[in-house]
Design a protein around this ligand. Sequence first.
Ligand code: AMP
Length: 274
Amino acid sequence: MKDLWLKADQVIERARASGVLEPITTDVQWYSEQGIPFCLRTISHRKPGSKPDAEIDEDPFVHFDPTLLVTELGEKHHCLLNKYPVLDRHLLIVTREYEPQTYLLNRRDFYAAACGLKARDALVFYNSGSIAGASQSHKHLQLVGDLDAIPFSPLFDLLQSVAVHQLAQLSFEHRLIALPEQLFTEPNEAAQLLERYYLQFSDELNIRHVGEVVQDSYNLLLTRQWMMLIPRRQETVLGVSINALGFVGNLLVRNAEQLDNLKHYGLMRALKNL
Ligand code: AMP
């Protein structure tokens, strides 16, 4: 799977050339709040008529455009291009057969994610349902191949492995663990360990489930170095929808007014209230 990103780049090129890819362009502003870096994006252009959200009845991860298929990851997942990317090299890891986004992540899901991380260090994230910022109900993890997508990375660089951390700079509730080195050389072992931490942290954060059905919302973020789980109570703050990317410092707004409101309110304070 070393060539995952080579393949992804070729598929991106092809999808772009054929007009299947519909990137959302943004104005980017780096902003520091009490020494913590945030990347603030304001949408500047979205192709008129594109409907990335739940407005289309068909399941886009079953009836996907074949131009978007990058590869298979394990036996249970497709790796697709995000058709409406904001970030570069944004891939989706979707279950081949429908499973709800609100079901527990399982060993197979972590295996597919681990295969992605074996190929190269990247950011995997998961929005557990609409309250956590998901727009699609078919189970999908997301994989971003650009570590610049982690504005908070200076905070994570200092973590000591293998230990659970509570970072004082992050005022929102979270569980964060620094992972063992070389974990992703063996995706099976990685999947086993990640699933164990995920279930343990869910329990500690009171994210309840009955069988496979998870009753509370959360965001999960994962790199080769660490995994973080954040419980969620609401989707928006000041009218801005926040997904997992918010908790590593990426906020996406529709206009300058929303941006001003958030800055005025306090970005970390906003994250804490979610
Ligand atoms: P989320 O909004 O977190 O549920 O993530 C779903 C992702 O799927 C978003 O980033 C969308 O841009 C993307 N998406 C929506 N429709 C399609 C589609 N037809 N093909 C590929 N990606 C899609």
